[in-house]
Design a protein around this ligand. Structure first.
Ligand SMILES: *Cc1c(COP(=O)(O)O)cnc(C)c1O
Length: 401
């Protein structure tokens, strides 16, 4: 299948990726579809976040945590050998080099600091493969909070190492036995649990999904990726701004954070989804986990199970802002198969000495396909967010290679 590129018309620049409209609306998406008690809890998070985000003291404390604990700023690495082979200039934003090995730490440190400011003593989180759970357990330990992580029973069996890591960090891991016993059910269960614990606990969502203000707040905590990359591109690239900005999309947080840094530039934004989890490319309008967005559904409107070799892309929907960016034509969403992602991971390992997370390898697989097929014009400059490192995927890869 051919992608809808090359992209000839100018990109619309106005009004995108600012604050959502009233009640957390991005166009017709977003909102706060939750039981009464959670609507009130979300309102409190919204108020606290607005206040904190306008407070230089909070911003400074978070910037310091990101620097001394998480290892920011992360470098921008030119992928020299791969660029030469592809005929484009590819730059990698290295979120794989953060503490805990992915961009998830940016969001989690922000929310943990906010929880402390709100006087909460515990973080509640959902996790699929365990990456967000490990990041949450890490932030909780750092700030002296408790952590309760909901995880599907099937994922607990598949991800024993991350379960051990969370427990080692002092978190309680709660098995979820409902439904398909994976991420979707763990999220529902975490939200249900929060209903009875809003007084002393903060629900720390792992992506730009869920009820308002989460999609907006998580994007703001992740915009450090895009803001840093924007400055690094200005210093490093002859043109100052890359022609294309590419990131993988599960719920969409690393992509949203990256795109936010380039929304007011002519850069073309490309979100890369897993073929079996393509909420933005193939989803239909629905409501799940407190939010109106695009979800994979069957003919009866039941939300279906996603399938991807990359656990972080195994989500049947996409954040509401991505749905809106798609409708506006500001960003485009393309899909990549498991095999293409595995091939891209091997190629990056052998040309640049970097083993990427399989999620990030999806973004690279699209760059490789588009550069080879002529959809990326020769000589284009491409910024790609490398969302995480591949250590967690070596056993999966070992089975295949
Ligand atoms: C969780 C994860 C993702 C997907 O999440 P987004 O919210 O879409 O960014 C991508 N890459 C890595 C390494 C992850 O751990």
């Amino acid at each position: 299948m051919r992608d809808v590129l090359p992209w000839r018309e100018p990109v619309p620049l106005d009004g995108t990726m600012g604050e959502p409209r009233a009640r957390g609306r991005f166009g017709e998406y977003g909102g706060r579809y939750a039981p009464e008690s959670l609507v009130e809890a979300c309102r409190e998070v919204d108020e606290a976040f607005r206040e904190a985000w306008a407070d230089p003291g909070f911003r400074g404390a978070l910037a310091r945590l990101l620097a001394v604990h998480a290892g920011r700023p992360t470098p921008l690495t030119p992928a020299r050998r791969l660029s030469e082979a592809l005929g484009v200039q590819l730059y990698l934003k290295r979120e794989d080099l953060t503490h805990t090995g992915s961009h998830k730490i940016n969001n989690v440190l922000g929310q943990a600091l906010l929880a402390t400011r709100m006087g909460r003593r515990r973080l509640i989180a959902e996790t699929g493969a365990g990456q967000h759970g490990v990041a949450t357990a890490t932030a909780a330990a750092l700030l002296g909070l408790e952590a309760t992580v909901f995880m599907g029973e099937r994922d607990i069996e598949r991800q024993a190492l991350n379960v051990f890591r969370m427990r080692m960090l002092g978190a309680e891991v709660v098995p979820v036995t409902a439904g398909s016993r994976t991420l979707k059910d763990a999220t529902s269960e975490a939200m249900r649990h929060w209903v009875g614990a809003t007084g002393d606990s903060h629900y720390c969502i792992g992506s730009v999904v869920g009820p308002d203000p989460y999609p907006w707040m998580v994007r703001e905590f992740q915009r450090i990726i895009g803001d840093e990359a924007r400055g690094q591109c200005a210093a490093e690239l002859r043109t100052g701004v890359p022609d294309y900005v590419v990131a993988c999309v599960g719920g969409g947080s690393n992509a949203a954070g990256t795109f936010a840094g380039f929304a007011d530039t002519p850069a073309r934004l490309v979100g890369v989804e897993a073929e079996g989890g393509a909420g933005a490319a193939r989803g239909r309008l629905g409501v799940m986990h407190g939010c109106r967005s695009l979800f994979l559904q069957d003919d009866d409107g039941q939300i279906t199970q996603a399938h991807s070799i990359a656990a972080g892309l195994d989500y049947p929907g996409v954040g509401p802002e991505h749905a809106h960016l798609r409708d506006l034509g500001r960003a485009r969403y393309v899909t990549v198969t498991d095999d293409e992602a595995v091939g891209a991971a091997v190629r990056l390992a052998r040309t640049e000495g970097i083993v990427p997370a399989l999620e990030s390898a999806h973004a690279l697989a699209w760059v490789i396909r588009a550069a080879s097929g002529g959809d990326l014009p020769a000589g284009s400059t491409v910024l790609m967010t490398l969302s995480g490192r591949g250590d967690k995927d070596v056993s999966t890869l070992k089975e295949l290679l």
